[in-house]
Design a protein around this ligand. Structure first.
Ligand code: SF4
Ligand code: FE
Length: 496
C-alpha cells in the first residue's frame, strides 16, 4: 500500500512529557505476538510495560535535568532531547555518555533509545558521503526527516541485525533471500522492503524504525543495501516479543519478587512484508560500497554507548553495599575490597567511553565520531566487567538470593511469621528490605534485567570477537615495533 511521507507525519503529535509518550503508543495498529497470542494493547501488558517505562524515563530526564538531557539543535533552532541530537562536538559525546550513565542509574536496565541516537549521526555523515560520490540527494532528505523528528520529539530505533541465515554465504547467495532485508519493488513513489530485523532493542516502543544494512555488501547485494525510516505501526510489520529470564514474574501479584518492578528492557523480532518506504524516507538504495563504512561508524558510536552499563554498575555497587549492611557484614575488610574492585571495573568502562568521546574526530559532513579504538575497548570491557561485578555482588549477597521463598510466603499467616523470624538480618533492618535488595541483585544478575546487564553487554553492538577484530585492525603493531627497535638499537638496513 502506498502512503505519502506527509500522510505518515500527520499521524504524529509533538511529545513533551512521559505521559504524551505513553499516549502516543496507545491505539496503534501494531501486530505483536507474545506467548502465542496477539497482544491487544502492548502498553497495558504487564510484561511489556516495564520496557515502556524505561523509555519514558528518557522524556522525564529531559524535564528534570535539561542541562544533561537536552541541547540546542541548530537544525530547528530550538532545544531538543539529546537522543535526537546530531553530534556536533566531542563535548556532545561526553554529555551523551553522562546522560546514558544517569539513565542506567535511574532504570537499572536498557532504556532502548541509543540505537536511534547513534543512527542519526551515522546517517548525517554517510548520506553526505554518498551524495558527494553519486550526486544523490539523500542528505537533504535525511535532514528534512530529522527536523520533523526533532520538532515532534519522537523515538527512533535502529533495526540493523538481519537473521543472516547461512553465515558462510553473502546476502545474495542465501537460499531464502529474505534472510537479509532487501528491496522487492521500486516505483516512482518509493521502495518496498521484505526481511526481518532480529534482537531489535525497543523496536515496539519506538515511533520510527530505521532499517539499515548489517554488514558489508558486494555488487551482487545492491538490493540489500537499503536504508529507510518506517513508522512502527506501518502495514506489513509483525513483532514477535523476545522472552526474558523470569519474565512471568511480571504477571504475579506484588512487586517484591519482580526485583525491579518498574523497569525492564525489550528485544523483538520484527518481520517486514513488502513494507513501503516513500522516497523522502529512503537514505540509501543500492550504494552497496557504503554499507561497510556505515556499519563501522554505527559500531563506533554504539560501542561507546555501552557506557550505559556503568549506570547499572553503579546500581550493582549500591545494592551490594546495601545488602552487606543489611546482613551486618559491611565492616568486613573483604567486603570493602570487593566494593572497591567492582567500582574499579565499572570506572574502567566509563573511562574508555569518555576517552573515546574526547578523542572524537570530525567527519566530512561536519559532525564528530568517537575514536574507534577506544570505543571498541569500551565495548570489550563491557563484554567482561559486568560479569565480574555481578559475581562479586552475588558473593556479597549470599545464597539467600537464590533460596529465598516467594513474596506470597512472606505474607502467609503461618509461613510469614516464620520467615520474618528466621530471615532477620541486622537488628533494625526490616526483613522486607533484605528481600527487596536481594531480589534486585537477582533481577540484574539472573532475572529480567540480566538480559540488559549481562547478555546484552556480551552481544549487543557486536559480540566480543567483533571488537577484537577492530582492535586487531587498529593496533598498528608495525609502528609500535619501530619504537622498540629504535630504542633497542636495531637497524635493519645493516642486515639487508
Ligand atoms: Fe542504550 Fe545501552 Fe540499551 Fe544499547 S544497551 S540501547 S546503549 S541502554
Ligand atoms: Fe544494543
Amino acid at each position: 500500500m502506498t502512503i505519502t511521507a506527509a500522510q505518515q507525519w500527520a499521524a504524529f503529535k509533538p511529545i513533551h512529557t512521559p505521559e504524551d509518550y505513553l499516549n502516543s503508543l496507545r491505539g496503534r495498529a501494531t501486530t505483536v505476538y507474545l506467548f502465542g497470542e496477539v497482544v491487544a494493547e502492548p502498553i497495558d501488558h504487564p510484561i511489556i510495560r516495564p520496557s515502556i517505562n524505561a523509555l519514558a524515563k528518557t522524556y522525564q530526564l529531559a524535564l528534570d535535568e535539561p542541562e544533561l538531557a537536552t541541547t540546542q539543535s541548530d537544525l530547528i533552532d530550538a532545544p531538543v532531547n539529546r537522543f535526537l541530537h546530531i553530534v556536533a562536538s566531542p563535548h556532545d559525546l561526553v554529555m551523551k555518555s553522562r546522560m546514558q550513565r544517569k539513565l542506567g542509574q535511574l532504570t537499572g536496565t536498557c532504556f532502548q533509545r541509543c540505537t536511534g541516537l547513534d543512527a542519526i549521526s551515522v546517517l548525517h555523515s554517510i548520506t553526505y558521503d554518498i551524495d558527494a560520490k553519486h550526486g544523490t540527494s539523500y542528505h537533504q532528505r535525511f535532514i528534512a526527516f530529522l527536523k520533523q523528528a526533532q520538532r515532534n520529539n519522537l523515538l527512533i530505533a535502529a533495526g540493523m541485525t538481519d537473521p543472516k541465515g547461512d553465515r558462510s554465504k553473502r546476502p545474495s547467495e542465501q537460499v531464502d533471500p529474505d534472510l537479509f532485508m532487501h528491496v522487492t519493488k521500486r516505483d516512482a513513489h518509493g521502495v518496498y522492503v521484505t526481511g526481518a530485523k532480529a534482537h531489535m532493542t525497543g523496536g515496539l516502543n519506538s515511533h520510527w524504525i530505521c532499517v539499515m544494512p548489517t554488514m558489508n555488501m558486494g555488487s551482487d547485494d545492491k538490493d540489500y543495501a537499503v536504508v529507510g525510516m518506517i513508522p512502527t505501526d506501518s502495514p506489513g510489520l509483525t513483532f514477535i516479543y523476545g522472552r526474558q529470564s523470569c519474565d512471568t514474574r511480571a504477571m504475579e501479584k506484588g512487586d517484591i519478587d519482580k526485583g525491579n518492578a518498574q523497569y525492564g528492557g525489550q528485544e523483538v523480532l520484527v518481520v517486514f512484508d513488502n513494507v513501503f518506504i516513500p522516497n523522502e524516507h529512503v537514505f540509501m538504495d543500492g550504494e552497496y560500497e557504503f554499507a561497510q563504512e556505515m556499519v563501522a561508524r554505527f559500531t563506533s558510536y554504539h560501542r561507546a554507548s555501552y557506557v550505559c552499563k556503568t549506570g547499572l554498575g553503579d546500581v550493582m555497587v549500591g545494592a551490594a553495599a546495601a545488602i552487606a549492611q543489611f546482613n551486618g557484614a559491611d565492616a568486613a575488610s573483604h567486603i570493602k575490597d570487593k566494593l572497591v574492585e567492582m567500582t574499579h571495573l565499572n570506572e574502567t568502562i566509563y573511562s574508555s567511553a569518555v576517552a573515546s568521546a574526547h578523542e572524537a574526530k570530525p567527519l566530512a559532513s561536519g559532525i564528530f565520531m568517537n575514536d574507534q579504538m577506544l570505543a571498541n575497548v569500551c565495548k570489550q570491557n563491557v563484554t567482561r566487567f559486568p560479569y565480574e561485578i555481578s559475581r562479586l555482588a552475588q558473593d556479597i549477597a549470599g545464597g539467600l538470593m537464590v533460596t529465598m521463598p516467594s513474596e506470597q510466603d512472606f505474607d502467609h499467616d503461618v509461613a510469614g511469621p516464620l520467615l520474618h523470624k528466621y530471615l532477620k538480618g541486622r537488628g533494625n533492618v526490616p526483613v522486607e528490605h533484605r528481600q527487596r535488595m536481594l531480589r534486585l541483585i537477582e533481577n540484574m544478575t539472573l532475572g529480567r534485567n540480566a538480559v540488559g546487564y549481562l547478555t546484552e553487554s556480551m552481544h549487543g553492538a557486536g559480540s566480543p570477537q567483533a571488537q577484537r577484530i577492530q582492535i586487531l585492525r587498529g593496533m598498528e603493531v608495525e609502528r609500535k615495533k619501530s619504537y622498540a627497535e629504535t630504542l633497542a638499537g636495531i637497524d635493519y638496513s645493516d642486515t639487508i
